[in-house]
Ligand binder design. Structure first.
Ligand code: FAD
Ligand code: FES
Length: 281
């Protein structure tokens, strides 16, 4: 018999982590590692690209991480990619396949993939901004015929900081993938310069283009300017914001920016929505 949740149960559901098991750990760089998880119930997480989960490590704590894979994998697994910073992320880097964690979510709005159909897409990723965008790009690759021209710009500081090298090669088969590193490096013969230096060579038809931008805060103002110079209207520039979070479900107020909750109103916003919020970007 199906379990019937009362409203009270559904509310507590938001706060109780679901048990999940680590199925794969794959270091990407010295600072970032990919962790593949599966809910112990066997259910698919059922997320939308751009959503996030709260990952709970018993006796250590909880932290939000963007989903790094598209939904609906045959084995119901999903990926996170975590940069080592403090207690929780440090413990994530020590996880081994078979270990158990807790997952709350998926939370947040994510990117509305249906609204992107029929548009040319300009995806701009700086550093670990590629992590949440990987869920989008995987979805696009899996439904390639539903979307028009796709351009992926990815900037990182040095060759050793490149994430998802094999994915980037695979995506380049059906999308225009352009990489750049900040400064010249002996192991790099590709483009050199910050990510905005990739813009002048782009051919963009602004009326039919949407940009999806995720990166470090410093990147936004420069990339947003370049998008506008290419003629994109602010409604068609989408970005994912990051704020310190606690509950992840719109209750504690930690993630609030000028009255908007990044955890529930976002993390994906159009530039139109946030341009008047001085502390948003
Ligand atoms: C919606 C969302 C999605 C995220 N997705 C990812 C992801 O995909 N991969 C990933 O590696 N990280 C992601 N983060 C950031 C991640 O949640 C933090 O790195 C993590 O909470 C740090 O926890 P900790 O216990 O290891 O470090 P703490 O001990 O809490 O902090 C260590 C240091 O990191 C700084 N720090 C902590 N959190 C943040 C933050 N959000 N922004 C800037 N500095 C911070 C602290 O000020 C401190 O200096 C995301 C954050 C949000 C809000
Ligand atoms: S994290 Fe609690 S309201 Fe957003």
């Amino acid at each position: 018999m199906a379990l019937e949740l009362t409203p009270c149960d559904m509310e507590s559901d938001l706060y109780v982590p679901r048990p999940a098991q680590v199925v794969l750990v794959e270091p990407q760089t010295s600072m970032e590692t990919l962790v593949r998880l599966r809910l112990e119930s066997g259910e698919d997480l059922g997320h939308v690209p751009g959503q996030f989960v709260q990952l709970y490590l018993p006796a250590i704590g909880e932290a939000p991480f963007g989903l790094a894979s598209s939904a609906g994998k045959p084995d119901a697994s999903f990926d996170l990619c975590v940069r080592r910073l403090g207690d929780v992320t440090g413990a994530v880097h020590k996880l081994q396949p078979g270990e158990h964690v807790g997952v709350r979510g998926p939370f947040g709005n994510g990117f509305n993939m249906d609204e992107l159909k029929g548009f040319d897409l300009l995806i701009v990723a700086g550093g670990i901004g590629l992590v949440p965008l990987r869920s989008v790009i995987q979805h696009l690759a899996e439904h390639r015929d539903d979307f028009e021209k796709i351009t992926v710009l990815y900037g990182f500081k040095a060759p050793v900081e490149r994430l998802f090298a094999a994915d980037l090669e695979a995506w380049a088969q059906t999308m225009d993938v352009r990489l750049t590193i900040d400064r010249p490096h002996p192991d790099w013969d590709g483009h050199v310069g910050v990510i905005t230096t990739l813009f002048p060579a782009l051919e963009v038809v602004p009326q039919r283009t949407k940009a999806l931008v995720v990166g470090p805060p410093i990147m936004y103002q420069f990339v947003l300017t370049e998008c506008r110079l290419k003629g994109l209207v602010d409604d068609n520039i989408l970005m994912s914001l990051e704020r310190r979070m606690r509950c992840g479900v719109g209750k504690c107020g930690h993630c609030q920016i000028n009255g908007k909750y990044v955890c529930t109103d976002g993390p994906v916003f159009s530039f139109s929505e946030v341009k008047h919020m001085w502390e948003a970007i």
